[in-house]
Design a protein around this ligand. Sequence first.
Ligand code: ZN
Length: 337
Amino acid sequence: MTLIKRASAAAIFAIILFTAPAMAQFPMPPHVPIWDANKTELTLQKISPDVYAIIPATAEVETAKGIPQATTGGFIVGEKGVMLIEVMLTKRLFDQEIKLIRSVTNKPIIYAVNTSDHGDHCFTDYLLPASTIIIQNEFAKDNLAKKYEYIKQFMVMLFGKDRGIEATTFRPADIVIPKNNNLKIDLGNGKVVEFINTGIAQSPADLFIWLASSKVFWAGNPFIAESPAIPWLFDGYFLEPVVNLKKIYDFLPDDAIVIPGHGRITTKAGIKYTLDYVEALKRNVEDALSKGLTLEQTKEAVKMSDFNKGYILFDWLHFNFNLPSAYKDIKASQETK
Ligand SMILES: [Zn+2]
């Protein structure tokens, strides 16, 4: 074996080492795919003149039943063209999005925004026209550039093989918003869209979108859906999300129209359940730590049955990710005091 061949074999081995075991150890949800990109049908919901939400057809009935829903999105028709909010996981869903846009306007898609680096919010950016300007959180762009194949494998693991995820390719964003920064884009006709990177609310890649003139808020993954859904804190962060979910909640007016990451259109009151859950989890884990409980003992003691109202993914998220992340973060913060 030549030195070069040996080096590349080592590199391949390193890739397997660093990706496969991480995946192998990942606790799996009760059902894969969590939702099926081969079956999802997207529908259009007009919110105000030139402002639309794109919502899975099943969301209206199934959100309150605790059934996980595909990605939501939307678009705003401006003076010069369209701003698309979220692209979808696969070409099949992307094509549906474009059809919905073309059912109301022939204007070009000038901007596309992704609220996360998870594939169901950004993997079909590559299908947009070359002229479309893509906007993301700065971390999202960097992370996608470094780990696209890893994120792709992760998405296939949770959302299934042969859904078209494998065929997607990386397209870098054109404009990024760094942490603790905002950006406003004026689409004309009084429609100024604000992008908010407040730091980690689910992951470091989160981006919130606020259209003040219509009081519409695209919340993305940090607010997955109304009750009984609970947040997906599987990126391992807890204390920073607790602060930032509250900050975003407080920022919204009472009559805001909220498009959550994966559910039917809701209100500010509708997303309070997410905040109530993380705040209760924080108090409960602080209490467990003050009694000296281990992580395993805390899982026994902090079942939070009062928040377990039928969300299909409750046990998977609460016991494998949300509670352990809370335990790790709170313990670490107490040790540094
Ligand atoms: Zn998502």
